[in-house]
Every structure is written in structure tokens, then in C-alpha cells.
Design a protein around this ligand. Structure first.
Ligand code: G4P
Length: 522
């Protein structure tokens, strides 16, 4: 069992849209033998189109398959890549997926550097000390100076960086990357299919000059010396603690620098790590199975309730047709057709180990964060919700369908499509999202899956934050003062709806003993 768990690498590739996540995933699948040619993996991006033609069923399906899992064997390792939605409006989905991985590869566009989404994703990684490797992509295009990029990564992502490969120029002058640790040179040949050959070069010899010209050779020698002087020697433990991020350069589209990344990744990335439950820490090599649901897909076929709940196996071995305990429902369930995912196929699995992700057919029995065990009353820590950025009142647009609407909203929230708050002052339901697209998806799915109609009413809010205090009197005073802006989330926790940054700041100044949290996990 230890061997099975040790060889697993469960991770996600994340990036700001367009940085090259899809291209990099595809190249990994090529190395893993899951696909034979480049171009086989469809981007799960929703291209920016007018919303009216966006809402056809095909595109809806495009969303429903957002977080999928791709697994393959590479050398002695079993690699599980958790794919995340390409569209920013589904960022919440990505954040949740990050709770199910043991490490992360962040892709950064060499010309654009750190972008908004990269920053947010890194915040989530930092919250959980997730080990991070950075891949600077698109070096075949004019990129920023690599030293400037290093500084930018360090400053913007608030993590120490350590280059493990180093680029020789970029854009049309791009010559390749030097592998600092293996001391070899990988010369660039633009090609989507062929893996370039590496040459062992002693950088102090004339051979380097012959390969890339004296000027570049001297420059590279100088830069490598500087790197050794500036950055401490790379220490895997610092990476595993989430304190240092190794950096690689390359071009995903040209499959360049990707093999170095993958080889280093499987060697240094952590195997499944212990997972914290409310009751205790669960070790991956415990003999009994435990797992939690971190994602539920949208209904793919509206005629059959055919959702899939994604379960991360946290410990032990999961077996098909064996009864497991659903802690929240307090009942046992067995699964006759759990699935595992290949690049584009789904297969039934008989067993899965800690680190694996399995798909469980779901018709409304699961909720994000549910725990499965062999009988133990365990609760894996709730997955964090982040303060949404857009808010609307949701109203019933068809008085005959009140029940359907309530059920639809309930189930969509269980799936984690958006967050629901109930205003304590007027009892109205508020939906909070990170992007406009989520409102459209909710409306569409309520109509097509629950036969219910909703209407949105504008609500101008700056942020929703969870509040708590050790001083009950002050908390009461605050709630009284802000009674129009107090809401409850689905767990019944107090949420303050701030209508402007100024109001929030004033509240923080006036009520010193109240803590304002911007994620629900505190
Ligand atoms: P994403 O999943 O992170 O959103 O990015 P994706 O891989 O889809 O890449 C975004 C765009 O950047 C794509 O172009 C892709 O071909 C291009 N790209 C990715 N890696 C590299 C690289 O190393 N070098 C260069 N020059 N381009 C790269 P597109 O025009 O949006 O799509 P397509 O028509 O090429 O599919």
C-alpha cells in the first residue's frame, strides 16, 4: 500500500487565462502516452462571445466538464492532474480544486508576468502551504528580462523563487534553456511534436561558444554566476514546506522545456499529504478508506439527474461495491460504478488509493465537503468559500414554481455553483458570485433542470465578510447598528454585507474586537 501511495502525484496546473495551461497539460499527456498527437486536447475555455449565443447547450456542456481529472503513468509514478476551469468567472471552482491537490504548477506568461488570477491562486496555495513550481511559458515570444521576472514573481506572489533552468534570450533570438542542475543545454527547435535532444555542455568550454555564439555564451556564464550568488542552493524541503518555488522556463506550445519540468516535478513533488479533519489528522497510509467531495459537476443530461461527485481519496484504499459511510447523512452507501478519468475517456474502477480522485454518480446525495469513511465520524474541514465579488437578489419569476425554485437553488448551492446569503432584515435571498457568467449559468440551469424561473434584482455591495468576536456585547451592538446589512450564510453564520470599501473600513475601525474574515475558513 505504501508503495502505491508513494508513487502518486496529485496536482493542478493553474494560470491566468491564456498563459498556456491547456497547452502544458496537453504536453504532459503526450509524455504520459495518453494522447499521441498535439492538438488532441480541447481547450475548456469559453471564448469571449456575446452572452446570447453563449447559452446554447453545447457550451453549457463545456462548462459542466470543467474540473476533470486526467491520470497517467510516467516512469514509476502515477500522475493525477486536476484540470480547472479556464474561465475566470469559475475561479471559485478552481479554489476548491486546490484543496484536493498535493502540489501545484503555476504557469506564467513570460511577456505578461504575474497577472490578477495568478496572484489570487497563489494566495490560496499560501493558505494551505501547498508546494508550488512555476513554469514561465512562451519564451519563444519576446519575454521580460528573466531577472526582472524573478523579482516580479517573488514580490507579487510573496514566495522565494529559485530558477532551476535558465533561458538564453527570448522571442526570435530564443536559443534554449540551460538546466542548472543537470548542467546540460537544451537547444530550441520549434516543434509541437518532437522532443528536442539535450546536449551535455561544460559551460566553461569553447563548446558553448560554438553552440550559441561567444556573446551569448559569455552572457550566460555571467548570468549563471549571478544566480549562484543571489539565490541560495535549492533545497527540496523548503519547496515541500511551500517556502521556495523552483522556476522553469520554456514554451508549452513547442513542447520545449516541458520534459525538464515534468521530470523534476515527479521527483520532488509530494506524494499524498496528511489531510486535516475536524477530529484529527488523517494519514494517507492508514488502512481504512476516507475521502471527501470537493466538486460536483453540473447535470450533463437534464433528462437524467446525472451529476458526478468528485471524491479525493485521503487515506487507505477505496473499493467498488463496498459499503462506505456517508457521515452527513449517517447512512452507508455502496458505489457500483465509480469512475476514473483518462484524457478523454472515463472507465469504471475497482479500486483507488490515497491521492486518487474518483467520480461517484450522484443524484443529489452529495454536497461539497461531504466525508466518506469506513464508519468513523470524521469531518474533513469545510472547503473555504471566498468573499464573492458580485451580488444579486434572486426572485421567483413564476409563482407556480416556488418549490422547484427553492429546490433548484438548494442543489446548485450544494454543488458550489455560487454562494447564498439570506438578508436578516428583509429575508430576501442573495446570490454571490465571482463573475457575471455564474448568474447566467444559474438562471439557465434553474430553467432547464428544475423547471423554475428566476429574476435578478440589482444589489450593489462591495464585499460580504464573515464576522466573529470574543466580545458578545460588541458583536450584538454591531449587528444592531448594521441590521439592514446582516445576513446568514447556509451554515447559519453571521455575514456582514458591506456596501462600500469605506463602510467596511469604518466598521473595522469602530469595532475593534470584531474580526472580519474574507474567507469562510477561519
Ligand atoms: P490557457 O489554457 O492557460 O488559457 O492557455 P492555452 O494553452 O489555451 O494557450 C493560450 C494561447 O497561447 C493559445 O493561443 C496557445 O496556442 C498560445 N500558447 C501557449 N503556449 C505557448 C507558447 O509556448 N508559445 C506561444 N507562442 N504561444 C503559446 P490561441 O491563439 O488562443 O489558441 P490556438 O488557436 O493556438 O489554439
Amino acid at each position: 500500500m505504501n508503495n502505491e501511495i508513494e508513487r502518486r502525484r496529485t496536482f493542478a496546473i493553474v494560470a491566468h487565462p491564456d498563459a498556456g495551461k491547456t497547452s502544458l497539460t496537453e504536453k504532459f499527456l503526450l509524455f504520459g502516452g495518453q494522447i499521441q498527437v498535439a492538438g488532441a486536447v480541447k481547450s475548456n475555455k469559453i471564448k469571449k462571445t456575446a452572452t446570447s449565443d453563449w447559452m446554447d447547450i453545447e457550451k453549457q456542456r463545456g462548462i459542466s466538464v470543467t474540473t476533470s481529472v486526467m491520470e497517467f503513468d510516467y516512469r514509476d509514478y502515477k500522475v493525477n492532474i486536476l484540470d480547472t476551469p479556464g474561465h475566470q468567472d469559475f475561479a471559485e471552482d478552481t479554489y476548491r480544486t486546490l484543496t484536493a491537490v498535493d502540489s501545484v504548477i503555476i504557469v506564467v506568461d513570460g511577456a505578461k508576468g504575474v497577472e490578477t488570477q495568478t496572484r489570487k491562486l497563489m494566495e490560496v496555495c499560501r493558505m494551505r502551504n501547498t508546494p508550488v513550481i512555476i513554469f514561465v511559458n512562451k519564451m519563444d515570444r519576446e519575454a521580460k528580462d528573466p531577472f526582472d521576472l524573478m523579482d516580479e514573481l517573488e514580490e507579487e506572489l510573496v514566495i522565494q523563487v529559485r530558477p532551476l533552468t535558465w533561458p538564453i534570450e527570448s522571442g526570435p533570438r530564443f536559443k534554449g534553456v540551460y538546466n542548472i542542475y543537470e548542467h546540460n543545454l537544451n537547444l530550441f527547435q520549434p516543434s509541437k511534436q518532437v522532443v528536442t535532444e539535450k546536449v551535455q555542455v561544460d559551460i566553461q568550454t569553447k563548446e558553448l561558444d560554438d553552440r550559441i555564439g561567444t556573446a551569448l555564451a559569455d552572457k550566460l556564464r555571467g548570468e549563471l554566476e549571478l544566480i549562484e550568488g543571489v539565490y541560495p542552493t535549492f533545497n527540496v524541503d523548503d519547496y515541500l514546506k511551500g517556502e521556495v518555488a523552483p522556476v522553469f522556463f520554456g514554451s508549452a506550445l513547442n513542447n520545449f522545456g516541458v520534459e525538464e519540468l515534468l521530470n523534476c516535478f515527479v521527483e520532488i513533488a509530494p506524494s499524498p499529504r496528511p489531510v486535516q479533519a475536524e477530529e484529527r489528522t488523517v494519514q494517507p497510509d492508514e488502512s481504512k478508506f476516507t475521502g471527501f467531495i470537493f466538486k460536483i459537476t453540473a447535470n450533463i443530461d437534464p433528462n437524467h439527474r446525472s451529476c458526478i461527485a468528485f471524491c479525493k481519496v485521503c487515506s487507505g484504499k477505496f473499493s467498488r461495491n463496498v459499503p462506505y459511510y456517508h457521515v452527513r447523512h449517517d447512512k452507508t452507501m455502496r458505489f457500483s460504478s465509480p469512475t476514473q478519468f483518462m484524457a478523454q475517456r472515463k472507465t469504471t474502477v475497482d479500486e483507488a488509493w490515497a491521492g486518487d480522485i474518483i467520480g461517484l454518480p450522484d443524484n443529489g446525495t452529495f454536497k461539497i465537503g461531504d466525508t466518506l469513511t469506513e464508519g468513523e465520524h470524521l469531518h474533513f474541514r469545510g472547503l473555504p468559500s471566498f468573499s464573492p465579488e458580485m451580488f444579486k437578489y434572486i426572485e421567483n419569476a413564476d409563482p407556480m414554481k416556488q418549490k422547484q425554485l427553492a429546490k433548484g437553488i438548494d442543489q446548485l448551492m450544494d454543488e458550489g455553483v455560487a454562494q447564498l446569503f439570506v438578508n436578516q432584515f428583509n429575508g430576501r435571498k442573495i446570490i454571490g458570485t465571482v463573475g457575471q457568467l455564474q448568474f447566467e449559468v444559474i438562471q439557465y440551469r434553474l430553467e432547464h433542470e428544475y423547471n423554475a424561473k428566476c429574476r435578478w434584482e440589482p444589489l450593489s455591495l462591495y464585499k460580504a465578510c464573515w464576522i466573529e468576536s470574543d466580545d458578545p456585547a460588541e458583536l450584538e451592538a454591531f449587528k444592531k447598528r448594521k441590521y439592514q446589512y446582516m445576513a446568514k450564510d447556509r451554515e447559519g453564520r453571521d455575514v456582514f454585507l458591506a456596501d462600500s470599501g469605506y463602510v467596511l473600513q469604518m466598521a473595522q475601525t469602530d469595532f475593534k474586537h470584531i474580526k472580519f474574515h474574507f474567507t469562510s475558513e477561519f
